[in-house]
Write a protein that binds this ligand. Structure first.
Ligand SMILES: Nc1ncnc2c1ncn2[C@@H]1O[C@H](COP(=O)(O)OP(=O)(O)OP(=O)(O)O)[C@@H](O)[C@H]1O
Length: 747
């Protein structure tokens, strides 16, 4: 038999293809099969060899074949090819294709040379395109997939198997010897390592006598036997241009049990024997990385993966936080917001209403033994206060290196206890400050906003203005922790989840929900908006630049635009940075006043910065605006802030905490009932007003006896109430609530 003509023509120039060849090949089935009858029973088609029926369709389709002839042919071919057809796909034709099938070995076979064939290629040709299991015939040898090991790779690739000198099958009694001597193994191009028997045992099942005769020498000589595989890639082991197996045998260590083998892939040359070339696995894009993937630096640094709450659960989170607020934080011991809350202070004011304290408005309580008030103790760690104050209180900062977010060993969150409220002391030192979670400055980065690096002095930045910004606007106050802000539990939780964490872990927050970079805090004066902003800056480990809108328009009016520009320039250079603009409404006022031209200029300048920060993905700059008059801003302005949080006056628990800690700074004697009354009478007081109230009450006592002898009493507070009143009326508070409903971010 001759090979199928359809695939031969590709190298016709090389093999001197001519129309005569085509004609003779087109007649190949008739000539070879010697068909003489056109009758064929359907029974023959369906019954005799149903499994191989399709493979011989070309015979049945011939009109000249008789049923008997066809039946005999089928039977004969079935016997002959049963071994081939039913064999695993790697077995057949490896030597059957031999050089006859694959053509010139390394391009060195001449057309006129004889082509030794192991056991004939007669059957291989017609079967090649029909055998579904023959990858080489179908052109599906996957050269790009290296075998995973010597044995597997060899077994899985028919081509490689052909090259295999298999000591396990030394005496191939069923043609193997012949193949070894006359097949590829004996080819002069192959060193001895490839010689010997290279047929797997599967060939033993094929009786040599049953194999069809080899190609007529005339076909070889005429060059008509072209390789059925036109692409050298399909013949990796033998193609002259195939790169896979063209290696010197000696360069590969012998494989145990298989003798010398070819390497799985050229790129595996650096690998020890038997190890497949690694398939490069592209790193998943950051957008698809789940939080636990170790490619992230902060986890690689040995930090435990943080369970980052998924975005998109805002509503559920808000509900939980609301529930927490409504319940007054009763579940805070177990709740997730415990860290945002003050620890419920144990009252230092026992029931001592027996008249010992002067001006006790509650009258004496005979049952209540009086216990002298002990001034509030400094929490543990107070010994570090001086050290800490020195660190943040005027001494030059030693460490100006940014926390290595995502790469270093620095904790991503400070390990603060989150239980104790320890507000900043009046003189700037901290009582129980655990210290900054990380150094507060970044190395200069390439700035955004189109400015050059900080090393290069920008031409359009006035050095004096730059100095002003560095000295007056860049804040160097003590760090503020979440627990330093009384109340606002749900706001703090929302800000941490939606702003702080995403900035600290950029890889964990990707996709459509870009973390907000612009926040508006609105509420009555003194409710802690600035304090909360400083806390956010601390949590981010960022530089804080605090700019007052009214100061910009009054004191610094002449240089207002330059200052605003320089503020954002410095922020860009000192990322991560928080630009806090207090009284933002003065810059974003809806209607222009007398100096409308300058205000509108500043307004558009600020709005462009807001847009820039919100859209740029390259920068770690957060803009926080605070206002106590949100209604005076136009909607286009306040909507530039991605989140708008209402910072309400403290609730009763927060008031108690603020009072408690304010009084801890001075000597006082208030019973629990007095404290409860105080909390009750200070509704709608802001935090700032509560602190003022305590200061006034404490100052009253100084007029008489020394403070340590005359602690602050409730009567002192009664007098102080005359001086300190809540600035926000109930009507104003209602307006805040209304505005919050309209424009505020639910949390
Ligand atoms: N929630 C609070 N927890 C603890 N202290 C508070 C709180 N709110 C206010 N204070 C006290 O009041 C002081 C002033 O607060 P802060 O400046 O943050 O208020 P504000 O809302 O920014 O005021 P303004 O609107 O005038 O800018 C703080 O330094 C702090 O001592």
């Amino acid at each position: 038999a001759r090979g199928p003509p359809a695939v031969w023509g590709l190298e016709q120039e090389e093999m001197h293809w001519s129309p005569e060849h085509a004609q003779s090949l087109n007649q190949w089935p008739e000539q070879h099969l010697d068909v003489s009858s056109t009758t064929s029973s359907p029974a023959h088609k369906s019954e005799l060899y149903p499994s191989t029926r399709q493979r011989f369709n070309y015979a049945w389709a011939n009109d000249d074949i008789s049923a008997l002839t066809a039946s005999n042919l089928l039977k004969r071919y079935a016997e002959k090819y049963s071994g081939v057809l039913d064999a695993p796909y790697e077995r057949p034709a490896l030597s059957g294709y031999g050089d006859g099938a694959f053509g010139p070995v390394n391009g060195q076979k001449g057309d006129g040379e004889s082509w030794p064939v192991a056991h004939g290629s007669d059957g291989a040709y017609p079967l090649t395109p029909l055998h579904d299991g023959l990858p080489s015939a179908k052109g599906v040898v996957p050269p790009a997939v290296p075998p995973t090991g010597g044995a597997i790779g060899l077994g899985g690739s028919p081509v490689v198997s052909t090259n295999l000198a298999d000591p396990m099958y030394p005496g191939n009694s069923c043609g193997g010897a012949a193949a070894g001597s006359s097949g590829l193994g004996s080819s002069q191009e192959y060193p001895s390592g490839y010689g010997g028997t290279y047929l797997p045992s599967g060939y033993c099942t094929q009786p040599t006598a049953a194999l069809p005769p080899p190609h007529p020498p005339a076909l070889h000589g005429s060059g008509l036997l072209q390789p059925p595989h036109p692409s050298p890639a399909l013949v990796p082991g033998y193609g002259s241009s195939g790169p896979m197996y063209n290696y010197a045998t000696g360069s590969y260590p012998p494989q145990p049990g298989y003798g010398t083998i070819h390497p799985p892939h050229p790129s595996a040359s650096y690998l020890p024997s038997g190890i497949a070339a690694p398939t490069p696995i592209p790193a998943p894009p950051p957008a698809t990385r789940p939080p636990g993937v170790p490619s992230y630096g902060y986890q690689g640094a040995g930090l435990a993966p943080l369970a980052v709450p998924p975005l998109g659960t805002e509503a559920a989170g808000a509900l939980k936080r609301k529930a927490f607020d409504i319940s007054g934080g009763e579940d805070e011991g177990e709740g997730r917001y415990r860290k945002y809350s003050y620890e419920q202070p144990k009252s230092p004011y026992p029931m001592s209403d027996n008249g010992e304290c002067r001006g006790n408005g509650f009258g004496g309580s005979a049952e209540s033994p009086q216990v002298a008030f002990k001034p509030g103790k400094r929490p543990a760690g107070a010994g570090n206060a001086e050290e800490h104050a020195g660190k943040y209180g005027g001494q030059p900062m030693k460490s100006m290196v940014s926390p290595p977010y995502g790469a270093g060993d620095a904790p991503l969150r400070p390990a603060e206890p989150f239980e104790k409220f320890s507000p900043p002391l009046a003189n700037g030192e901290r009582a129980a400050e655990p210290g900054p979670p990380f150094p507060l400055r970044l190395p200069p980065k390439a700035p955004v906003f189109g400015s050059p690096p900080v090393e290069e002095q920008p031409k359009n930045v006035d050095p004096l203005v730059l100095e002003l910004v560095n000295t007056k606007i860049v804040e160097r106050g003590p760090p503020v922790q979440w627990t330093d802000v009384a109340g606002q539990v749900s706001v703090k939780a929302t800000i941490e989840e939606e702003l702080v964490w995403p900035i600290l872990r950029p890889g964990a927050y990707t996709g459509a929900n870009r973390p907000p970079r612009t926040i508006l805090l609105f509420g009555p004066r003194g409710t802690g908006k600035t304090l909360l902003s400083r806390c956010i800056s601390t949590q981010l480990g960022s530089t804080l630049l605090k700019l007052s809108g009214t100061t910009l328009l009054s004191t610094w009016k002449a240089e207002a635009e330059k200052i605003l520009q320089t503020v954002f320039f410095v922020a860009s250079c000192r990322q991560p940075a928080v630009v806090l603009i207090t009284e933002a409404e003065s810059l974003l006022v809806a209607r222009a006043g007398e100096d409308g031209s300058q205000v509108s200029k500043l307004k558009s300048q600020l709005l462009s910065y807001l847009d820039n920060v919100a859209t740029s993905s390259e920068q770690n700059v957060v803009i926080i605006g605070t206002t106590s008059r949100p209604g005076s801003m136009d909607e286009a302005s306040h909507r530039r802030f991605a989140k708008r949080f209402y910072i309400s006056p403290p609730d009763s628990m927060a008031r108690r905490q603020i009072l408690h800690h304010a009084l801890a700074q001075q000597s006082s004697c208030l019973s629990e009932r007095e404290m409860a009354s105080l909390v009750q009478h200070t509704e709608s007081f802001s935090g700032s007003e509560l602190v003022q109230l305590c200061q006034h009450a404490g100052a009253t006592t100084l007029h008489g006896l020394p403070a340590q002898i005359q602690p602050t009493s409730y009567q002192d507070f009664e007098k102080a109430f005359c001086k300190v009143r809540p600035a926000a009326s109930q009507k104003e508070l209602d307006l805040f609530l209304e505005w919050d409903k309209l424009y505020g971010t639910q949390h």
